[in-house]
Ligand binder design. Structure first.
Ligand SMILES: CC(C)(COP(=O)(O)OP(=O)(O)OC[C@H]1O[C@@H](n2cnc3c(N)ncnc32)[C@H](O)[C@@H]1OP(=O)(O)O)[C@@H](O)C(=O)NCCC(=O)NCCS
Length: 347
């Protein structure tokens, strides 16, 4: 198991806190089921918390593993596909700005700065370390000749980009339209920029389908289209699992909706200093001796922290212990967010 270089993660309200992106979790096949992962996780999470990191996050290839270590689903994502042969842009959609393709070295020079400027604007988005750019984008751009980069420019300059790859696709039966576009990375600073990128992708000749991966659950791409059925949203699944390492700092860092405070008891068997009761309200978060109104594990805190799941639902299905009947509705308003949380960075 290795710890990716450190980064920052955006929390609801726009502040950011230190993040440990965790990747490459694995134990030698001849040493599994002897507690090796458990020891590694304990050591890693304890060290990261002592070092001052506030959150750890990972993409889980198996979902059964991480809850026991205090990770919970912090973000969800879907992988929409738009059928190009039917997908005309709706005539009412404004056509603002323009697009241009970058060559490889222009992209290498431009994308990291553009992402940082427009990027971490949703809850759970993260800064992308230089190493990430090198491993995931730059090296591929220099070796995969079919990978293309398009940039959108709006009234204030460049405001979005897409990294995509045309792929011949025999499953698209209309012979004339036997190409799909696979969008590997796409970020836009506004809906107009996102729509501009889609207008470009869907306008490319001979494209049967545009496929995307792990997009935000609230991106309104079907509203860009004349025929909304050209859009298929794909399954919604867990995207990232978050582990809150420093509960007081994490709770204090985010904004809350307008509601009466709730007393929430957090249970964290692994990092015990997080355990305790917190009075959470729009103007302050503080530790308290008052009786708990909601009780939840630190894994479940990640599920509500970014607004991805509603406390009232988790209370109704038993993931949150409800000790005061009115508390879940207040917690819904406190923890709710305007935009769906999304990481948008695979590591
Ligand atoms: C998954 C993996 C890291 C687990 O390592 P490990 O050292 O065997 O794990 P541990 O012995 O510490 O097991 C801890 C607990 O998790 C459970 N567990 C481990 N792997 C599991 C899995 N794949 N599915 C469900 N439960 C699992 C164990 O049963 C154990 O439960 P218990 O505490 O109730 O007994 C290891 O099997 C591995 O490297 N697999 C291949 C790579 C992989 O799948 N990595 C995950 C990437 S997200």
């Amino acid at each position: 198991m290795h710890v990716g270089v450190r980064a920052e993660i955006t929390v609801p309200g726009g502040a950011s806190v230190p993040l440990v992106p965790v990747a490459g979790v694995g134990v030698r096949a001849d040493h599994t089921r002897r507690g090796v992962l458990t020891s590694l996780m304990r050591a890693q999470l304890t060290e990261a918390a002592e070092r001052g990191d506030v959150m750890a996050a990972l993409h889980a290839s198996e979902t059964a593993i991480y809850g026991r270590f205090g990770y919970g689903v912090g973000t969800r994502a879907q992988s929409p596909v738009v059928r190009g042969s039917h997908a005309k842009i709706h005539p009412d959609m404004p056509a603002e700005g323009g697009v241009r393709l970058l060559d490889v070295e222009q992209a290498v020079a431009r994308l990291p700065e553009l992402y940082q400027r427009i990027g971490p604007h949703r809850p759970a988005m993260m800064t992308r370390p230089e190493e990430w750019w090198h491993d995931k984008i730059i090296r591929r751009l220099r070796t995969v000749s079919s990978l293309l980069v398009v940039v959108h420019n709006g009234p204030d300059g460049d405001d979005g980009y897409a990294v995509y790859r045309p792929k011949s696709d025999s499953s698209l039966d209309e012979r004339r339209l036997a190409v799909s576009l696979e969008v590997e990375d796409m970020h836009a600073g506004s809906l107009a920029a996102l729509a501009g990128l889609w207008r470009y992708l869907l306008g490319i000749d001979l494209v049967g389908e545009v496929r995307t991966w792990a997009r935000p659950t609230d991106e309104p791409v079907e509203t860009f289209l004349a025929d909304p059925r050209a859009y298929r949203s794909g399954d919604v699944q867990d995207e990232t699992w978050q582990r809150i390492l420093d509960v007081p700092r994490a709770l204090a860092a985010r904004d809350y909706g307008d509601a009466e405070p709730v007393v929430v008891e957090i249970v964290d068997p692994l990092l015990d200093s997080n355990s305790g009761r917190y009075l959470i309200g729009p103007s302050a978060v503080e530790r308290t001796d008052a009786a708990a109104q909601l009780r939840l594990g630190v894994d479940v805190l990640s599920m509500i922290y970014f607004g991805t799941y509603r406390p009232s639902i988790l209370g109704a299905v038993g993931r949150i212990e409800v000790l005061e009947a009115a508390a879940p509705a207040r917690a819904d308003r406190l923890f709710g967010t305007d935009r769906a949380a999304w990481c948008g960075t695979a590591y």
